[in-house]
Design a protein around this ligand. Structure first.
Ligand code: UDP
Ligand code: MG
Length: 317
């Protein structure tokens, strides 16, 4: 590949990041100065922020021709922002990174070398440790990765961040996946290609605060599981079969006991427990089924993943 005038796009989803964006730009600019053989294109996707992020992006774009931005009509979520950024990126290489500087731009030269010198299609990053994370969050994250890797064909590396650099070929492959429920970590793994993992220590957010609370992360992990595995459906079938068998054996047992001992009225408490238990299992299974039905419902509606309200690419200046 001719890497003399290679172009690298950097996609940054931003939701209420007015304070972080200028800091990120200056850090990227410093890194870009050291990578003189590469032409940079910076794509900031404002995900319906309600702070000054858009104003910051507008003024940055006015001063810096490398800066492109899109602004959504409302908050569509990080996955939507990533998709929009990848779709408009034109680089031979595309990086995705968070706006809060938890993903140090200083790693870009090393990541770039991984692709052009070592021949990987993608260089992704993972955290060295979960230090600084609440223990309960680490505990559930670990369980989540173990579970999803067990029940899904796509392997998702524990501690993988959303910071990665990809070749155009891989980005185009990701863009052929048109699903509405986008779980990027899974999509990047699903498309294949060779990935080099580099580890870096956790950096704290420079400004603002995280958009994820425990409950949102929990729902996000359920989305990931539903999007990448149908195994939970098999779990409900398994319970169904198990309880049918139990019921048959139970019935035989009762009939035999009646033949031997007669039929004194007793055991209503255990009956109620069984009814409740089986009812619970049924609701649980209906819930699992419902998750998949809900997702297919959303997919079949074919709604756009995001709506752009403003950008600096269509203007004729
Ligand atoms: N983000 C976004 N839309 C959202 C939530 C987050 O574009 O609805 C962006 C956010 O601005 C940041 C990145 O996604 O650039 C990661 O978010 P955050 O730092 O809150 O997540 P954490 O690092 O805590 O996992
Ligand atoms: Mg962050």
């Amino acid at each position: 590949m001719d890497t003399k005038n290679a172009k690298m796009s950097i996609v940054v989803p931003c939701y209420n990041e007015a304070e972080s964006i200028p800091l990120l730009l200056s850090r990227i600019t410093a890194v870009a100065a050291d990578m003189s053989a590469v032409v940079f294109e910076l794509i900031f996707v404002d995900d319906g922020s309600n702070d000054d992020s858009l104003a910051v992006l507008r003024s940055m774009a006015r001063e810096n021709p490398r800066v492109k931005y899109l602004s959504f009509s409302r908050n569509f979520g990080k996955e939507a922002a990533l998709l929009a950024g990848l779709e408009i990126s034109t680089g031979d290489f595309v990086a995705v990174m968070d706006a809060d500087l938890q993903h140090p731009p200083e790693l870009l030269p090393q990541m770039y070398a991984g692709i052009v010198e070592e021949g990987f299609d993608c260089v992704a990053t993972k955290r060295v440790s979960r230090k600084g994370e609440p223990p309960i969050r680490s505990f559930f994250s670990k369980r989540f990765y173990r579970l999803i890797n067990k029940i899904s064909e796509s392997q998702i590396v524990d501690g993988a961040t959303d910071y990665r650099l990809m070749t155009r070929q891989m980005v185009d492959a990701v863009l052929t996946l048109k699903e509405y429920n986008r779980f990027s970590k899974g999509l990047f793994s699903w498309v294949g290609f060779s990935t080099k993992w580099i580890a870096f220590p956790n950096a704290p957010r420079v400004a603002g605060h995280t958009k994820w609370n425990f409950w949102q992360l929990f729902l996000y992990s359920l989305d990931g599981i539903v999007a990448f595995s149908v195994r939970p459906l098999a779990i409900s079938s398994f319970f169904g079969i198990l309880f049918c068998l139990l019921a048959i054996f139970g019935a035989i047992f009762i009939v035999v006991r009646w033949l031997i001992f007669g039929d004194p009225v007793q055991g209503w408490a255990s009956t109620v427990c069984i009814i409740l238990f089986v009812g619970g299992i049924q609701l649980f299974s209906a819930g699992i089924l419902g998750q998949y039905v809900a997702k297919s419902y959303l997919e079949t509606k074919g709604r756009p993943v995001y709506i752009v309200k403003e950008d600096n690419m269509t203007d004729t200046e």
